[in-house]
Design a protein around this ligand. Sequence first.
Ligand code: PMP
Length: 354
Amino acid sequence: MSRFISPSTAALKPYTPGEQPRVTQYIKLNTNESPYPPSPRVREAIDALAYEDLRLYPDPDVTGLRDAIAAARGISQERVFVGGGSDEILGYAFMAFFERGDTVVFPDVTYGFYPVHAQVCGLEVRTLPLRGDFSLEPSDYYGAPGHIVLANPNAPTGIALPPARLEDILRANPDRLIIVDEAYTDFSPQNTARPLLDLYDNLLITRTFSKAYGLAGMRIGCALGEPGLISALNCVKYAFNPYNLDRVSIAVGTAAVSDTDYLQRTVDMILATRDWFVPELEAMGFSVLPSAANFVFVRHATLKGAYIYDKLRENGILVRIFAYPERISDHLRVSIGTDGDMRRVTDILKSIVK
Ligand code: PMP
């Protein structure tokens, strides 16, 4: 460690991303990417990009992509913010809406980046335990001691909170901001909080192009909220990285969001695969949480999670295991790949559990 590192950076416990192997012989089911490529319109958009234009800075307001997202979501453009993946946007949101020493509230089992943002911003963290079945009890959040961050569907559990229950939380906390991370909501669109945006000014939704749109390699995400919230995000962005989306990302994101048929088809394929894969898992002695996302969160009745993880890895299959919190250390999170991927996983798992 350099002697110049600041004490607070030295004390930082950064987020550990899922492994990104440099070889491709793995079936990669550890970071919830899509097994399918993005829309063919994305390729056309890349081909149409003027190479000479790369010498020019991109549009800092990202107007074209924001217009396209606004049209797709039936919302005005001033309610849309875009960023380099939802991780960047969540970082901006923590900076924009919290002051050092504030409290942030989220479940004990959720996306592991929230505590990192909290630490960077010097916040107190209040984690509220999910129930024994990993469901979230909305009333736990009534009168919360700080702004709230909820992934919906939650990660890594995959369990969704119905929008009506989310509305209870919004209503019970009119002076708290509720940030709803909808990274996986394209896989269960009925759970989106989008309709609630028209009713509540304390709601900020983040979304990503990394999962259902098959664009994790690009880094594109967006936030939806009332114009004041979007202005606050812009304050941080213009204090940090005004050109946060490059020309390629803008063109690619705009093309992807326009192809709703393609999105629907790939989502349907992934859900169809999940539908046959879950009973296979259950027949092998796994308990599987009800998933509203493109992954399943599972635990075997008798075998340790780490044992299954290692065996899968030896057989060229990468899944995700979490050391913390303790109550999920025996679970595995398995992204849904193609039918072929999941048939192979099923065969290997059968040989492991027999
Ligand atoms: N939120 C959740 C719940 C996630 O699982 C992820 C993916 N790791 C993200 C946000 C970040 O996604 P991205 O930065 O690729 O948009």
